[in-house]
Ligand binder design. Sequence first.
Ligand code: NAP
Ligand code: MG
Length: 405
Amino acid sequence: MSDKIKMKTPLVEIDGDEMTRVLWKMIKEELLSPYIELQTEYYDLGLKTRDETDDQITVEAAEAIKKYKVGVKCATITPNVDRIKEYDLKKAWKSPNGTIRAILDGTVFRCPITVSNIKPSIRSWKKPVIVARHAYGDIYKDTEYRVPGPGKAELLFTPEKGEEFRRTICEFEEGGVLLGMYNLDSSIKNFARACFQFALEEDIDVWFATKDTISKKYDHTFKELFQEVYDREFAKEFEARGREYFYTLIDDAIARVVRSEGGFMWAMKNYDGDVMSDMVASVYGSLAMMTSVLVSPKGYYEYEAAHGTVQRHYYRHLKGEKTSTNSMALIFAWTGALKKRGEIDRIPELIDFADKLEDASLEVIENGIMTKDLARLAEPPAQKVVNSEEFLQEVRQKLKEKRES
Ligand code: NAP
Ligand code: MG
């Protein structure tokens, strides 16, 4: 007889590459399997398997999230020229995150993991800044062309009914570059809905920013549709709660965000959200101190670490050296997914376990025990700088105390 927590529905478990793959296994063995009868449907998105399956495994993983509603994903390599050689690949497979997001649609929410002894490097930030990143379209689904020499580029739209639209983009007199990208009204509106919904759950304001002064149709449409969704579906509730939605130009937003106290959601288009979320995470000290979840309009959730596979640490690991890699984002990807599974399947013990695991991890750091990335920043200075395994063992010990108390 085991008194481990039982699950009712599997989680979609998406394994990845390099150092995060190593940590993934350790987290399961040290922190999860001793307490939960883990039910997962496992998809190996390690680069070798993606290559062997012609990347079908990535599509299958995304379809599985549609089936089970909740997934948890490790970091994965997006191959470039070097990786093709390193792994002897058939081709440069696309970014798995891009593929999965294109299938699920939705918005990625990134929240900093804050601890009392790491102060944000922007001193005025007292409360977390939550980044909401549209996860569909724009340059992630673009068509690009390297213009070889003189010629004419046109924008042409042929409607099903009515007159075509044709406009000259550029009369090239020499070589150059060309890019076509798009988005959909439905995806933009769902992005807005997801932001307002999430903000209400967190009880925070929403700031949305684009470059609509320059991009008078593309970005302007984002601004307009956001406002429309707000007015029609959320304004009443926001006003009743004393919460605010406000739109501003992206340049102005950056200046305001840096001067702010934090404590709001900063919603951005796909690319802006990509780069700004790394900025926000870095303000909190480490790429590993941030959670990331993709929320699709159909109610699918994918939890992940926002950082990469930590390649440099992995090469040291392969040489037999100890690394001091921070596993917080991966732990929080698992706890996020377990809590959501617990919420959907009504398993309060699972939610309670995940809360305790989060608290245990935070307390270990707040007690001055941390990996190298944080130790440089801690105030007061770290008591003990630990390697990857030691950190997980400290968390396991703390978790044990919490479950017994
Ligand atoms: P990265 O893996 O995020 O690492 C960049 C640097 O940030 C590391 O070298 C390390 O600095 C620090 N760092 C990141 N995560 C850390 C952690 N958990 N603990 C301690 N330090 C951490 O980015 P990358 O090296 O540019 O990319 C490596 C691979 O990841 C690439 O193949 C890329 O395609 C992939 N990638 C995947 C995802 C994803 O799946 N979500 C996202 C981004 C990149 P130090 O070396 O100075 O210690
Ligand atoms: Mg990025």
